[in-house]
Ligand binder design. Structure first.
Ligand code: ATP
Ligand code: MG
Length: 447
């Protein structure tokens, strides 16, 4: 018999409910993860007791009652919350999201039948062992995401399950079973009924999964439901010798080529999204995308706002997208480039540029990567000199301006910024005496 290690608190809760004459199990994702030898993110418990009965069995301490209507009682043990939910079936879904009602039942099988995928329809207790009515263990062993019951019906009830399926495929490296996959393509449009917050939370996990490349290529249509611009990218041939992939395939390869972290993966996703609208064929029949980073940046900004991303993410993604295709060659322009991107984000910028290059034609890898290496060398040199190209690291500040008799705030800003540009351009050294002398000159010139 398979044995699962459970936290002490979970065992105690289950035992307490069993002692009171009910059935209780750890259920869902925590059992899936344990079977896969991963550490579960949370432990959910299901039980045959009604919420009031659960309360009575556990005593009133550390109990949060706010999910009672849906059958959930939350207990807090040693700083962790555990949700204990009464076996239930869901009533009809009229909006592809919420059941109209829930019905409490006394039979575990019915509770497991309402769960999304076979791998999540597992329950376990020490006393009763593994409960696997839908062959979830076999599907886990074979790495398969399969709906419990009819996929069309299950996705119709709750369209978020479409993204959960893609998430498990991406994060766990599972295959989506054929009928489930077919139904996902068929029902993708139902995602329009799901709130952007829930969509975005699953979508970011899909982007950051180890199998993101395969999932995004196979389910571009689903991504197109979340971001309509993606529909234009799929199959958009670039007709340019630098590129061997269409815009979407290229984009997906860049996503897979950067570290699995939200800002980087989103930047990769958006970096070329403006390409379809920037596309122009020249007289030789070669495709060009002049100005596409600015268009991509605008799309990133408005779409991330619509998807209720936080401001810091929007700002960072926009910066990486806007500057991803800048290729400066002179010392001066490279330093200005570093200053524009910001010292704090320049390593991410380099990473995006490398991934972007590696997803283009191999004929140009070497040359382009050598250039990126050169940018990195310049960046490291500036970093070693503690230059971060912001007003903060200038060896003079607003106080000095005031002491020189420049009192107008705007004028102080103007002086400091023109001095900063000179420093970035390498025309002035960031030494206090030198900068003070130069400030005197500016003061004279503006009278
Ligand atoms: P993780 O916690 O790692 O994100 P999980 O599968 O545990 O993944 P939870 O949101 O914690 O996801 O849900 C716990 C369990 O509840 C799931 O394993 C599944 O059995 C069930 N479940 C969650 N969301 C749904 C859904 N939309 N439709 C059907 N069952 C669901
Ligand atoms: Mg969970």
């Amino acid at each position: 018999m398979m044995k699962i290690e459970m936290p002490l608190a979970v065992r105690k809760i289950i035992n307490r409910l069993e002692e009171s004459g009910y059935e209780a199990y750890a259920v869902g994702g925590c059992i899936r993860d344990s079977v896969m030898k991963k550490v579960p993110s949370d432990w959910d418990i299901c039980t045959s007791s009604l919420p009031e009965e659960t309360l009575k069995s556990l005593g009133a301490e550390n109990i949060i009652k706010n999910g009672m209507k849906h059958g959930t009682v939350t207990v807090r043990v040693d700083g962790e919350n555990y949700e204990i939910t009464t076996f239930r079936t869901d009533g009809d879904y009229l909006d592809n999201r919420h059941p109209e009602s829930v019905t409490f039942v006394r039979d575990l099988r019915e509770d497991l039948a309402r769960r999304d995928f076979t791998m999540n329809a597992l329950a376990y207790s020490e006393k009763r062992g593994m409960q696997d009515y839908f062959d979830g263990l076999t599907d886990i062993k074979n790495g398969i995401v399969r709906c419990v019951g009819s996929p069309d019906r299950r996705f119709g009830e709750d369209a978020l399950r479409i993204l959960r399926a893609l998430r498990f495929a991406s994060v766990l490296g599972f295959e989506i079973e054929k009928k489930t996959a077919k139904s996902i393509h068929k029902n993708a449009c139902l995602l329009q009924n799901i709130s952007v917050e829930r969509v975005m939370s699953e979508f970011v996990k899909i982007l950051c999964g180890k199998n993101a490349e395969k999932v995004l290529l196979e389910y571009g249509d689903v991504v197109g439901e979340i971001l309509p611009e993606v529909r234009k990218m799929i199959g958009f041939e670039q007709r340019n010798p630098h590129h061997i992939y269409d815009v979407w395939t290229h984009t997906v390869k860049v996503i897979a080529g950067v570290k699995p972290e939200k800002t980087m993966r989103l930047s990769a996703l958006f970096h070329d999204m403006g390409k379809p609208s920037a596309f122009k064929l020249d007289e030789k029949g070669v495709g060009h995308f002049k100005g596409h980073p600015d268009i991509s940046e605008k799309i990133a900004e408005s779409e991330l706002k619509r998807l209720k991303s936080d401001n810091k993410t929007i700002k960072d993604v926009c910066k990486l997208v806007k500057y991803h295709d800048v290729r400066p060659y002179t010392d001066k322009s490279i330093r200005r480039y570093i200053a524009n991107v910001g010292m704090d984000m320049f390593e991410d910028m380099l990473e995006l540029k490398r991934a972007d290059t590696m997803a283009q034609s191999p004929a140009y890898f070497e040359e382009t990567i050598r250039h990126i290496d050169f940018l990195e060398k310049m960046y490291r040199a500036e970093k070693n000199k503690n230059n971060d190209f912001t007003l903060k690291t200038l060896k003079i500040n607003g106080e000095d301006m005031k002491n020189m008799g420049i009192t107008d705030g705007r004028m102080i800003g103007y002086c400091l910024n023109s001095i900063l540009l000179k420093v970035i351009d390498g025309e002035l050294e960031n030494e206090r005496e030198i900068l003070l002398k130069y400030a005197e000159e500016i003061k004279k010139s503006i009278g």
